[in-house]
Structures are given as C-alpha cells and as structure tokens.
Design a protein around this ligand. Structure first.
Ligand code: HEC
Length: 120
C-alpha cells in the first residue's frame, strides 16, 4: 500500500518538475530521500545520521526542506535549533546520532535541512 503511494507521489514530482519550478510542492518519501547537501563531507554526515529520521515517514521529525514544518522552529532562532541537536530534543538523540559532527557541521546541516541554505 505504502509502496504504491510513494511511486505515485514520486511520479507526480517528476511531472511537476517537467512543468517548471513550483514554489514548494509537497514531497514524497522518495523525493525527500534524494535531497542532500552539495558539500560532500556534509552529505556523508547527513546520510549517516540526520537523514535516517528526517526523511522517514511516521517519525515525528520535521522532514528535510519542508517549509511548513520548519518555519515555526526557525522562529526560535538558528542557535536554539542547533543547541537542541547538540543536547537532544524530545525523540531526537543528543548530537542527532552524529558523533563525528562538529558544532559547525551541525549548524550547516540544520541550515540545509531547514532550507536556510538551499545549496549547503
Ligand atoms: C533518531 C532520529 C533522529 C536523528 C538521527 C536526527 N533527528 Fe533531528 N529530530 C528528530 C525528531 C523526532 C525531531 C522532532 C522533535 C520534536 O519536536 O518532537 C527532531 C528535530 C530536529 C530539529 C528541530 C529542533 C527544534 O528545536 O524544533 C532540528 C534542528 C534537527 N532535528 C536537526 C537534526 C540534525 C542536524 C540531525 C543530524 C546531525 C538530526 N536532526 C538527526 C529525530 C532525529
């Protein structure tokens, strides 16, 4: 059931992409899974840690680049968000399960995920 839904959503995503830029269409799990920071080091850290929760359906984590999910959180200010990753926040483990992430890495990853830096 879920597989069929993902395939349909992914197909719609391709159709939309072919029609030109869209402000921000809702993204399916398959589409979310393809987003990654362009910096290779950040991309590796992201793939090994954050991505596992922030693109997974059914987890309470705000999906990567989901503007609606991030706006309210961003209003707290970026340093607060990064601090929550460092200390852990509700269901998110301390450090976001990324022991190799430096504080700068975490800041860059939050900027990427929240859509502050489209190209980070
Ligand atoms: C084990 C799953 C998991 C991993 C791994 C994880 N997160 Fe999260 N994250 C969550 C969940 C769940 C929430 C939502 C917590 C809530 O608000 O209930 C969250 C919330 C956040 C928030 C918002 C905090 C706030 O104050 O609203 C940020 C920023 C964040 N994650 C960044 C990251 C980064 C960066 C990484 C990788 C270094 C990461 N997360 C890895 C599960 C995870």
């Amino acid at each position: 059931m879920r597989r069929a839904g993902v395939a349909v959503v992914a197909g719609m995503g391709l159709a939309l992409a072919a029609c030109g830029p869209d402000p921000q269409p809702p993204r399916g799990a398959a589409e979310l899974a393809q987003l990654a920071p362009s910096n290779p080091r950040l991309a590796a850290l992201y793939a090994s840690a954050c991505k596992n929760c922030h693109t997974a359906p059914g987890v309470e984590a705000p999906p990567v680049r989901d503007r609606e999910a991030w706006t309210g959180r961003l209003n707290q200010g970026l340093p607060v968000l990064v601090g929550h990753v460092v200390t852990g926040y509700k269901a998110m483990p301390a450090g976001g399960n990324c022991p190799s992430c430096t504080p700068d890495d975490l800041t860059a990853l939050v900027r990427f995920m929240a859509g502050v830096d489209e190209g980070a």
